[in-house]
Design a protein around this ligand. Structure first.
Ligand code: SIN
Length: 504
């Protein structure tokens, strides 16, 4: 059944893809509250655009306070039964959800490319990556162990239980429309929490498709709820509710700080995965090919729109010229275009304001003496396409090195000594990911330990995986996602003291 709203404002290409998606049964355009697909109560909608063409893909409800309150109540009611299931019962539901995500890999990948713009191959990679969190936490559900503590008094027994924190508000970004949801919802559901998800209003369709698959997997109504629309109304309602016991957020540092402050009134648990300013240090002793390949991957993944993208490529003076030329050559070969076109490695930026930010950073660098080696302007394809760009002679005064550019611009900085590289790398309030390229094993340990970052890649530009902890130092966030550590963020620790054990 085709929704006429869905096709009216689309080009033929978008229409063909959308029509296939519509037939797949995972194309949902309503919010999910208590297991029921729901419009906004006042009938308001927002348009979801394809950033490649500007086409309107769908209208989704513009929800606010009332819908969010109902979603919280549904999650609260569902918590009492979901948290009482055995770990293996919850594990089976999650495993089924994982299987369904993988079975719909193509369609989910198409949806991601359609609403987010990343190349289809990369979108398929995101589906696999996103699904891996559900699979991993389906397994971890059965490993939420407590402790028995030797008692200091003979007639007592001391236990530690781990229990789910309760209803979780999960606020997720547009750059990974699936994986940032599964990385939060996987561990939350595994240990017995229920969730109210607020996906980005720029990319809600993947979230809704994932929610549809959660229902098909037998996850009971109310365990997963999705509301989208008015971000501040939804956020404020989640923050104000004493029933919401945990906020988990991926997004900008500025919004993260507001959520942290707003959680104080009801003393919620908070996990934040915020902005980065990743240094990528190339030492004279690096293998040039490895350094070029790794830096390219670390910088240009998702057209530079990830929190772990290399934001400053800091190169030692002995290898600077060679590296800069080889790197610029590699960047020149990145094909830009519609993510559905074979061979395209760089899609559009998410919207006009993202392009304007990139332009202002490049302008600032050039006005302060940096040199554009490649690119440096909007792409001839128009829309929000920006040329993959390499800029040399960047210094630590420029916006490009002080803040996250979140676009396909690689600033090159020069250093002389290892100590100077570490000083430049740590000279920021951010501390999410860092990369180093060196063939010296002692240096790789030394520098990894000196970097004030939550993730360090040594001779590798793509380091995210469900089995390792992801999260930042300093103002890049609080808590860790993924791995055995990620589930702790959704658990309370309860100490139980059994007294009078000798009275028999
Ligand atoms: C992000 O950009 O926030 C996430 C990137 C990743 O998971 O690798």
């Amino acid at each position: 059944m085709h929704d006429y709203r869905f096709f009216r404002e689309m080009s033929m290409d978008t229409q063909n893809i959308a029509s296939r998606l519509s037939a797949s049964g995972i194309f949902r355009t309503q919010g999910l509250i208590g297991g029921k697909w729901s419009e906004a109560y006042d009938g308001n909608t927002i348009k979801v655009h394809n950033p490649t063409t500007g086409d309107v893909i769908a209208n989704v409800p513009c929800m606010g306070k009332r819908e969010t309150s109902d979603a919280i109540s549904s999650a609260y009611d569902a918590f009492s039964s979901w948290s009482k299931l055995t770990a293996s019962e919850r594990s089976r539901c999650l495993r089924k959800w994982y299987d369904l995500i993988i079975a719909h890999k193509e369609e989910l990948g198409q949806l991601i490319t359609l609403e987010q713009g990343k190349p289809f191959k990369e979108a398929l990679g995101e589906v696999t990556y996103g699904a891996s969190f559900i699979e991993f936490y389906a397994e971890e559900a059965k490993r939420v162990y407590g402790d028995i503590i030797p008692a200091p008094v003979a007639d007592r027994r001391l236990f530690v239980l781990k229990q789910p924190v309760g209803v979780v508000g999960a606020i997720t970004p547009w750059n990974f429309p699936l994986a940032m949801i599964t990385r939060k919802v996987g561990p939350a559901l595994a240990c017995g929490c229920t969730v109210v998800i607020k996906p980005s209003e720029l990319t809600p369709l993947t979230a809704l498709a994932a929610a549809e698959l959660s229902l098909q997997a037998g996850i009971p109504p109310g365990v997963v709820n999705v509301v989208m629309g008015n971000a501040s109304d939804i956020g404020d309602t989640l923050l104000a509710s004493p029933q919401v016991r945990k906020i988990t957020f991926t997004g900008s540092t500025a919004v993260g700080k507001k959520l942290l402050a707003g959680s104080a009134a009801t003393v919620k648990k908070v996990s934040l995965e915020l902005g980065g300013n990743a240094p990528c240090i190339v030492f004279d002793d690096a293998d040039l090919d490895v350094a070029v390949k790794g830096s390219l991957a670390a910088k240009f993944r998702n057209s530079g729109q990830t929190c772990v993208c290399a934001n400053r490529i800091i190169v030692q003076e002995g290898i600077y010229e060679k590296f800069a030329n080889a790197f610029a050559n590699a960047v020149q070969n990145l094909k830009v275009g519609d993510g559905f076109t074979e061979g395209v490695a760089q899609g559009p930026l998410i919207n006009e304001s993202a392009v304007q930010k990139v332009e202002s950073f490049v302008r600032d660098a050039v006005s302060r003496g940096a040199k554009v080696m490649l690119g440096g302007k909007r792409h001839s394809l128009g829309m929000t396409f920006y040329e993959p760009t390499v800029i040399s002679n960047v210094n630590s005064e420029m916006l490009l090195s002080r803040e996250e550019v979140f676009g396909p611009v690689a600033p090159l900085m020069r250093f002389k000594t290892e100590d100077e590289a570490i000083q430049i790398a740590n000279d920021t309030n951010a501390g999410l990911a860092a990369y180093i390229f060196t063939t010296n094993v002692q240096r790789s340990w030394r520098v990894s330990e000196a970097l004030e970052y939550g993730l360090v890649g040594v001779n590798e530009g793509l380091i995210s995986t469900e089995v390792a902890p992801f999260g930042g130092f300093k103002q890049s966030g609080l808590g860790r996602e993924g791995s055995k550590y990620g589930i702790d963020e959704y658990l309370e620790i309860k100490y139980v003291c059994l007294g009078n054990m000798d009275s028999a």
